[in-house]
Design a protein around this ligand. Structure first.
Ligand SMILES: C[S@@+](CC[C@H](N)C(=O)[O-])C[C@H]1O[C@@H](n2cnc3c(N)ncnc32)[C@H](O)[C@@H]1O
Length: 408
């Protein structure tokens, strides 16, 4: 990274508390689903103001995750398009930005059956059997089938309601980058039924008092490294996103239960999705060639340092290399659809492997310049990962979580 770019790193720590979704815990509809890896809506709001958006502008989020950018866009009167490789994320984003009719929902809820079908088809994936008792699993899939027989869009609302309680009724707990099985929960079908009905009623209550603007939003399944035609053919007034961080978290594992109950019917399809995700974790595979990508010198230096360290997994180095090649492709796609003189905001965190800090923000800032973007600033939003005690003991530098802003 050039010295000029280094000078563009500035602190904006007053925005730090909005990086996590904690500040949204009482705000509808952000509090409908606890998507662990989303940024806070106030951060989106502050970035929209920084980008000087006007009503009716169209925003793109190519890694839309829990839908924060889309929800905030729709609330504030901006149109938005979201893209995500996971059908669960696009589903979530679409449900959370739909205006439902509470009276139609009430009628649909009465039609949903709670009978257990003993012959219901359940994917043969170990995590399901580990997370629920046999009978509860049969009830969940029978309920899912009954929900599927309801008309759209109400069907999506109730599928969402079911998916939103899975965490609470299962033995699997989202823990960092994976699901951890705890064995103290014994949940019967009756408990799931009660929670499903109560949650649905609570969401319907929220709907009665909640109002969106007339702006339109939609999320579609697609790859941020190669946009589907319906995104590629459009132009955007702003791009705001947060890609996976190269910290080995695998979203197809963290949201495995939601994917299996809602969208994916067997282990093979689940693995396929896992392999297709951005190379931010060791199981993702190379999918596209980064034609024109020049590996930043600083990345080469970091890889050399890591070569001299003991790493607990031989896939770590290719994953780090692959991450930046994939992000080159993602930034190239973003640059291709952004209108001239408009901005991209990308929230990302630096990561550490075997004691070596990888300055993801600086590296991506440089890669952005390779695809014709002009770095404005790297705003450091917060420092994380280590307590000050640990840092003193291990003389570790804290890792930055930053907002990178480019102009086209
Ligand atoms: C950090 S989350 C985004 C969170 C989002 N900013 C929010 O506030 O809800 C990253 C998302 O990237 C998605 N993803 C991973 N690989 C992808 C790819 N190749 N193309 C598009 N999305 C991908 C994951 O499924 C995940 O939902």
């Amino acid at each position: 990274m050039s010295t000029t770019n280094k000078l563009k790193i500035v602190e904006k720590l007053e925005w730090g508390k909005f990086v996590s979704p904690l500040s949204d815990k009482n705000i509808v509809p952000f509090n409908w689903y606890g998507f662990k890896h989303r940024f806070g809506s106030e951060l989106v709001s502050k970035i929209f103001s920084m980008f000087n958006l006007s009503e009716g502008d169209v925003v793109l989020d190519p890694f839309c995750g829990g839908g924060t950018t889309l929800i905030k866009s729709r609330l504030d009167g901006y149109n938005a398009v979201g893209l995500d490789i996971s059908p669960f994320s696009t589903f979530l984003s679409n449900v959370l930005t739909t205006t439902y009719d509470a009276s139609k929902l009430e009628k649909a809820l009465n039609k949903i059956s709670h009978k257990i079908n003993n012959k219901v088809e359940i994917p043969d994936v170990a995590i399901l059997q580990k997370s629920f008792s046999d009978l509860t699993l049969k009830y969940i899939y029978s309920l899912r089938d009954s929900i599927n027989s309801v008309n759209s869009p109400e069907k999506d609302f109730f599928l969402f309601s079911l998916l939103s309680i899975l965490d609470n009724v299962s033995k699997a707990k989202k823990s960092g980058g994976f699901l951890r099985i705890t064995d103290h929960k014994k949940v019967t079908p009756k408990v799931v039924q009660k929670m499903f009905i109560e949650t649905s009623e609570k969401l319907m209550d929220d709907i009665r008092t909640f109002k969106y603007s007339d702006a339109s939003t939609s999320a579609i399944v697609g790859d941020a490294r190669k946009y589907p035609d319906e995104v590629k053919s459009r132009n955007f007034d702003a791009i705001l996103t947060s890609p996976p961080y190269p910290n080995r978290h695998d979203y197809t594992r963290i949201y495995e239960l939601e994917l299996l109950v809602g969208f994916i019917s067997n282990n093979q399809s689940l693995k396929h999705l896992r392999y297709e995700t951005l190379r931010s974790h060791v199981e993702a595979k190379k999918k596209f060639e980064g034609d024109g990508y020049v590996r930043p010198l600083l990345l080469g230096e970091k890889i050399n340092e890591l070569n001299n360290r003991e790493l607990n997994n031989t896939h770590v180095l290719p994953t780090i290399e692959g991450y930046f090649e994939d992000m080159y492709l993602s930034l190239k796609e973003m640059s291709g659809v952004l209108k001239a003189s408009k901005y991209i905001g990308l929230v990302v965190s630096n990561v550490r492997f075997a004691g070596i800090m990888i300055p993801v923000d600086e590296l991506l800032a440089e890669i952005g310049e390779q695809v014709g973007l002009h770095l404005q600033h790297i705003y450091v939003l917060r420092y994380r990962g280590n307590s000050s005690q640990q840092m003193l003991r291990h003389k570790r530098e804290p890792s930055r979580e930053s907002l990178i802003v480019w102009k086209k």
